[in-house]
Every structure is written in C-alpha cells, then in structure tokens.
Design a protein. Structure first.
Length: 88
C-alpha cells in the first residue's frame, strides 16, 4: 500500500491507515488470499507501506504497534521510504 504526503500523526489519518491495514490483514487471514492465489498457499505474507516522507513520531509509534500486531498474526509489515523527486 502507499501513503504519500507528509505524515501528520492525526487521529483521522492513522484511523484511515489502520482501517486499510485491517482490510489487508483480513484478506490474508480469512482465506480470501489463498482462494484467489492458490499457487501462493504456504508463502509468507508481507505488507509494505510505501511513503515519500519520513513518518513523524506519533505515526512511527503507531506503525510499530501495527507491525507487532501483524507479526502476532504471522504477517510481516515494513515501511519503505521512496526517493523524493529531485533526490540523487
């Protein structure tokens, strides 16, 4: 998934991200993923959040809690900081 723009740590934004993460986890854990992609049964599930800004402290703490919850469910979660335009 992607989360573009500066992170602001607002409840509204974190709730939106949490809702999306919950939908991704449900897709992976309720069997829908294996029904749609039977060739991938048994493979590890990984959710990557692509972003173009470094998360602020509030968002970072939220993402760390989300990562721990995902791991408890056998899913890895990572944040990938994409290079911004104009950077070398």
């Amino acid at each position: 998934m992607s989360e573009m723009g500066p992170w602001d740590g607002t409840k509204e934004r974190l709730l939106r991200i949490q809702t999306r993460l919950n939908e991704y986890l449900a897709f992976a854990l309720d069997g829908e993923l294996s029904r749609r992609f039977p060739e991938d049964v048994g493979k590890k599930v990984h959710i990557r959040i692509d972003c173009d800004h470094v998360p602020d402290d509030v968002s970072s703490a939220f993402l760390e809690r989300a990562r721990k919850v995902a791991e408890l469910n056998g899913v890895s979660l990572s944040i990938e900081l994409l290079r911004q335009l104009g950077e070398a």
